[in-house]
Design a protein around this ligand. Structure first.
Ligand code: GLN
Length: 548
């Protein structure tokens, strides 16, 4: 049986519990231990795929599609998961399976369908034990995968009504498993009151009390705060939670998120985790820690800064495109370039402002709103020769900009935006024509694609076959691409059925659109090739414009 680390959150949401969980996984990896991550999300959606990114952040897409079958003959496809999975994959370098995102929606759906199938015949079906048993069953299923440690992050904040069954399941597991096999880490927030110049621990005290009410005693408290935790605050938190001061860990804001495992290491958290779980390191962690430090340093030192306009529609919160921002930063770190990614709301586009950017990235998205602004942004990149990277919807709209500007097809569009367009350059995938349900029905997950030799994309990947992740219903239509070929529109990637997976413009220094989402596979130690090539082009243009 593996060991379990449960992670709960208090005081407020958005504390970066996912980053804390991923950093803890990293500390274990430093010591040669294998780790698996689980995220429990208390919302009733079956998966994150149907949520607007402004509601809940980015929809992360997994490599694999999970066929979730709560009862025989009922199957749902799940590959869209909580954005924390992106953080887990970027930190650990491991691919996480979508079944590791356990939502209340999945749990209740399973319990209710099982009831109809007669699984609980004669019984009153209740939150305790039926819902909690289902939660435990799902967690223990992951335990069978054979990893040393399972980290289970409980979404939301302690005290939320929706999260109660998950906390109760954790309480039961802690009770049922041997004492040294589980650990509870509570992540809280310690605000700084400027007027009195002090970090305040009262919210943490209250949230520990809420945890105690749920029958849970924390073993370690991770305190999120702007600046490092003062000794005074640390001692106070230790005192009222019955912990030693070395079990109160400071997690201050850091410019480079990947530095958090190093800050934890400095406070002795890595050794403390092993001690409390009665585990022995498999290897001396020093070499791995040093290697990680070298990677982190790449994010801190660069010889030039570039401004990238991220044009799109979900620009109100940074989290909606978190994997894209991270992929840009990874590319920048390895190219010696500091990235200044600035969100531009496509509904309020200012042409002259956009022309001053070093690069333009057109973001993924759905639906009609803001699309004319996005097409205009692509047009500016096209005619001003600004390096351009279009991701999924951004690629589709980039192709439409080309169709309008270069081909003169003034009303070219995607049928997603204008079903009656005379030039449906982008149209539904044939397999999507009769699909009515919206959840989990897109073309999803990792798929093999072929990069065509002689293209800029080929130079980026330097490989013929790669697996990248998809999430779409529409695609660029070959018939139009062939006509556009005459004016320099080059298909640079295809899937195994020969559908267009990417394009570039022959006469433009760097104008690439990809139907897939390379950002989901970018890692701080291995940047995504298209992003890296984009940043290289951005840097080159900036250096050349300085000379002239
Ligand atoms: N809305 C487009 C489609 O469904 C693009 C999706 C996306 O950007 N992920 O194909």
């Amino acid at each position: 049986m593996p060991k379990f680390i449960f992670i709960t959150g208090g005081v407020l949401s958005g504390l970066g519990k996912g980053t804390v969980a991923a950093s803890i996984a990293k500390l274990l990896q430093f010591r040669g231990l294998s780790v698996s991550m689980i995220k429990c999300d208390p919302y009733l959606n079956v998966d994150a795929g149907t949520m607007n990114p402004i509601e809940h952040g980015e929809n992360f897409v997994c490599e694999e599609v999970w066929h979730f079958a709560p009862v025989p003959n009922v199957v749902f496809r799940i590959a869209e998961v909580d954005q924390d999975f992106g953080t887990y994959e970027r930190f650990t370098g491991e691919i996480v399976h979508p079944s590791h995102n356990i939502t209340s929606g999945q749990i209740y759906l399973t319990v209710i369908l099982k009831e109809r199938y007669g699984e609980y015949l004669g019984k009153t079906v209740q939150i305790i034990p039926h819902v909690t048993n289902e939660i435990k069953r799902r967690i223990l299923l992951v335990a069978e995968e054979g990893k040393d440690v399972i980290i289970v992050e409980i979404g939301g904040t302690v005290g939320d009504i929706e999260g109660m069954p998950f906390l109760e399941a954790v309480r039961q597991l802690r009770h049922e498993l041997p004492p040294n096999d589980t650990l509870l880490i509570h992540v809280t927030y310690v605000p700084y009151l400027k007027i009195i110049g002090q970090q305040k621990t009262k919210p943490t005290q209250h949230s520990v009390q809420r945890l105690l009410q749920a029958g849970l005693l924390p073993d370690i408290i991770v305190a999120r705060s702007e600046a490092p935790l003062s000794n005074e605050a640390r001692a106070k938190i230790a005192l009222f939670s019955g912990l030693k001061t070395n079990a109160v860990i400071s997690a201050p804001d850091c410019d480079v998120v990947y530095e958090l495992p190093l800050l934890f290491e400095k406070q002795g958290l890595g050794d403390l985790l092993l001690e409390k779980l009665n585990l022995k390191p498999r290897i001396n962690p020093q070499k791995n820690i040093e290697e990680w430090r070298i990677i982190v340093n790449k994010f801190k030192h660069f010889d030039t800064q570039v401004n990238i306009a991220m044009v799109g529609k979900y620009t109100r919160i940074r989290d909606s495109y978190i994997s894209i921002i991270e992929a840009l930063k990874h590319a920048g770190a390895h190219e010696g370039v500091g990235i200044n990614a600035i969100f531009i709301d496509a509904e309020e586009l200012d042409q002259t402002q956009l022309e001053n950017f070093d690069g333009i990235l057109l973001t993924p998205g759905f639906g009609k709103r803001a699309t004319e602004g996005m097409i205009l942004a692509a047009r500016i990149a096209l005619i001003k020769r600004i390096p351009f990277l279009g991701i999924c919807f951004g690629a589709q709209l980039g192709a439409i900009a080309f169709a309008r500007e270069v081909m003169g097809w003034a009303k070219a569009n995607s049928t997603e935006i204008d079903p009656n367009t005379p030039y449906p350059v982008v149209d539904l995938l044939p397999s999507q024509k009769d699909v009515k349900a919206k959840g989990g029905t897109m073309r999803l997950g990792g798929m093999k694609i072929r990069i065509l030799k002689g293209t800029k994309l080929w130079l980026a990947y330097n490989r013929e076959y790669v697996v990248e992740r998809f999430r779409h219903r529409y695609h660029i239509i070959k018939k139009y691409a062939e006509k556009m070929r005459e004016k320099g529109f080059i298909v640079n990637a295809v899937d195994l059925e020969n559908n267009i997976a990417g394009f570039e413009i022959e006469w433009h220094p760097f104008f690439i659109g990809v139907q897939f989402h390379p950002e989901f596979k970018s890692r701080p130690f291995a940047p995504s090739p298209p992003y890296r090539a984009f940043i290289r082009a951005v840097r080159k243009r900036k250096e050349e414009s300085k000379k002239t």
